[in-house]
Ligand binder design. Structure first.
Ligand code: C2O
Ligand code: CU
Length: 509
């Protein structure tokens, strides 16, 4: 565990947070939204574009007036937005400056298993892992984060996450807003629990079974910040980088906005909405029409995700945070610049995949309702002691399963043929919503409970939300190899579920 957080955990009295005293503080918006810098890399001796990332600890101002020990890539918290040109070889050096091993996974990137940064790719303290590959997939806002077995939750929670922008010139060709930090804004949303001294508190067992949730909402690592933008089309690149929380994004006054991209690429055409539900690890790019709003303010907010049917039946998950409406980001609209973007009618053509191999079925299970009290204790024990135990090399009891199997690094759960295009069907037999993420590819959702997915989900995805009793079918092409010693993962991206069994391994060969 991060030193900062380990201290916090030992210093915390479990019963003090158990009483649900931590309601959402009324947000006071102040300070400027931090914008993670874009990192385009430099040229290596062999004309390969190179990126250097250093993982380390530092101090951050997550909340004005408080200093928090955090982890980051090339800084105290989060990381730069990597600009990865499609079709050109890149090399990424990741140095681990922590006192414990971790990994760096390129979430959503189509890279071979050996370059995927999954649980097998441990970077020991003081060591550097070198990744080399060429990305060939549509322009998209992907991200990177740690993926060590059993410790992904605390490592991401400590601050390790960054954007990974695959670029092929589509946004410029379409005239979309593309001025980084001006009208093209990264919005990394995370919730955190801080103690009175500003220290991160990681104790998911005190919160609910969905995993670690906090009562403070950070955008790009800052609570309740203000974003000043010109009165023109505004592009927000939303990433739900929270460990376990689902957001139902909305704007003040239910103003409409346009979804132009899902996780792994642009939609065929913009989809007009007033709400957008994003589960952990899901992304969306949205466009807001601010052309007639000079001098006005509005807020990006989350609106009552918990009252949406199928997310949870769980008494333990009915925490007050999800039932409230809360503002996340204040947007102040200023004078327009001369370089505004536009909202095109048509974005891209998406070829529809055709299966060329058999399909597979997965069943997600969690704790049964009638076993709750006991299971809660087990969860509390596992999650509370887990990270510390893991760092001492001791396993723990898993709680969430896929096909009644718990994650086991020694077991390959599925074997796929290289070049296959398969339909996977995932059924959620648990008491709460889960998510499902597949490494090394992007997929197209075919159906949700037999019906076509909503239009904003009709493009490329790599993570999806699966409600209670829902069956989702999706299709993906597996075009890169993943050998037995570096398999790909499929898992729930609620990190405390992933860390507690809800993950499987597959090879592609
Ligand atoms: Cu974003 Cu397997 O991870
Ligand atoms: Cu889950």
């Amino acid at each position: 565990l991060p030193a900062a957080m380990a201290m916090d955990m030992s210093g915390m009295n479990m019963t003090s947070t158990k009483g649900r005293t931590s309601s959402i503080p009324k947000p006071v918006f102040s300070g400027t939204l931090p914008i993670p810098p874009v990192y385009t890399g430099g040229w290596g001796h062999d004309k390969v574009r190179e990126y250097h990332l250093r993982i380390g600890g530092g101090h951050s101002t997550l909340h004005p007036g408080l200093e928090t020990a955090t982890w980051g890539y090339n800084g105290a918290v989060l990381g730069p937005a990597l600009r990865i040109p499609r079709g050109q070889p890149v090399r990424l050096y990741v140095h681990n400056g922590l006192d414990q091993s971790t990994t760096t996974h390129w979430h959503g990137a189509h890279v071979p298993g050996t370059m995927d940064g999954g649980p097998q790719s441990l970077i020991l303290p003081g060591k550097t892992w070198t990744y080399g590959y060429t990305i060939d997939q549509p322009e998209a806002t992907l991200w990177y984060h740690p993926h060590p077995a059993g410790r992904t939750g605390p490592h991401v929670y400590a601050g390790l996450a960054g954007l990974y922008l695959v670029e092929d010139g589509t946004d410029r060709r379409l005239g979309l807003p593309h001025h980084w930090g001006v009208d093209d804004i990264p919005v990394i949303v995370q919730d955190r629990l801080l103690d009175a001294r500003g220290r991160l508190v990681y104790m998911p067992q005190a919160m609910d079974v969905m995993g670690m949730k906090g009562n403070r909402f950070l955008i790009n690592g800052r609570e309740s910040p203000i974003l000043k933008v010109p009165a023109q089309w505004l592009r927000l690149r939303l990433l739900n980088a929270s460990n376990a929380r689902i957001y139902n994004f909305a704007l003040t006054g239910d103003q409409t906005f346009y979804v132009i991209a899902s996780d792994a690429g642009y939609l065929e055409s913009p989809v007009r909405v007033q709400r957008l539900l994003l589960a952990p690890a899901e992304r969306a790019e949205i466009l807001l029409d601010l052309r007639a709003m000079e001098g006005k303010r509005l807020w990006l907010r989350s609106d009552s995700a918990a009252v949406i049917p199928g997310l949870s039946l769980h008494p333990m998950d009915s925490d007050q945070f999800d039932r409230s409406n809360f503002n996340l980001l204040e947007i102040q609209v200023d004078t327009a610049t001369s370089t505004g973007g536009q909202l095109p009618d048509h974005l891209v053509d998406i070829p529809r995949l055709q299966a060329n191999a058999g399909s597979r079925r997965f069943t997600l299970r969690g704790m049964a309702m009638d076993k709750m009290p006991l299971a809660q204790q087990a969860l509390a024990k596992a999650l509370h002691n887990g990270p510390a135990q893991m760092s001492m090399g001791v396993g723990r009891e898993p709680l969430f399963s896929i096909n009644n199997q718990y994650m086991n690094m020694q077991v390959i759960n599925q074997r796929l043929r290289l070049g296959s295009t398969e339909i996977w069907e995932v059924y959620n037999d648990a008491e709460m919503a889960h998510t499902f993420h597949v490494h090394g590819t992007s997929f197209q959702i075919l159906s949700r409970n037999g019906k076509a997915p909503p239009a904003y989900e009709a493009g490329w995805k790599d993570t999806l939300l699966i409600r209670r009793a829902e069956t989702v079918r999706f299709i993906a092409h597996y075009g890169h190899p993943a050998p037995d010693d570096f398999p790909y993962m499929y898992h729930c991206h609620m990190l405390e579920h992933e860390d507690n069994g809800m993950m499987g391994q597959f090879t592609v060969s």
